[in-house]
Design a protein around this ligand. Structure first.
Ligand code: INI
Length: 167
């Protein structure tokens, strides 16, 4: 079954942090450009977006946590690129990042979105960072704005004393 369509995602008034990995920087710069462009198109002001670079994808969670703890942001977009190597190292990096970012999101009650590519080759990563398969940085930014709006709506209806089931 299809999910309800997103319609226009309104990011006006949101403050968003982007944490981005320097590892595989030729790809992550493209993810970052896609994310920044998507935020702008949603109406998030340029001055309401802060970018923090981290060494690699595995390092994203602790920086996302530090950003979350400032209380300044409605959402955090995390960008990285893990490409399969000769050993299993890449799997530990990607799995650790995914688990860590999920934990930060739940601990903080904030959207912490996963714009991390996990691919077999550089070509696959390029195809997903502004190529034939879109731009996963853009997708992560759109998800962050949508989620921030949903959380805002849920909290507002709660504080307005809505009856359960009345929405
Ligand atoms: N970091 C990445 O972002 N992508 C990779 O493909 C990668 N591999 O395969 O090694 C990678 N490693 C570095 C890692 O993210 C940390 O920066 C490092 O382990 C220090 O904590």
């Amino acid at each position: 079954m299809d999910a309800p369509s997103r319609g226009r995602i309104d990011g006006a008034g949101l403050r968003v942090a982007i944490a981005v990995s320097r590892f595989n920087e030729s790809v992550t710069r493209r993810l970052l450009a896609g994310a920044e462009d998507a935020l702008r198109r949603c109406g998030v002001a340029d001055e309401a977006v802060d970018v923090e670079w981290v060494p690699g994808t595995f390092d994203l969670p602790v920086i996302a946590q530090a950003l979350a703890r400032t209380g300044r942001y409605h959402a955090i977009v995390c960008l990285g690129c893990v490409i399969r190597g000769e050993t299993t190292h890449d799997r530990y990096v990607a799995t650790g990042a995914a688990a860590g970012l999920g934990r930060v999101a739940l601990d903080a009650g904030l959207p912490v979105t996963f714009g991390v590519l996990t691919t077999e080759t550089l070509a696959q990563a390029e195809a997903r960072s502004g190529g034939a398969h879109g731009n996963k940085g853009e997708d992560a930014a759109l998800a962050a704005v949508e989620m921030a709006g949903t959380i805002r709506r849920i909290r507002a209806s709660g504080s307005a004393g809505a009856e359960p089931g009345s929405a």
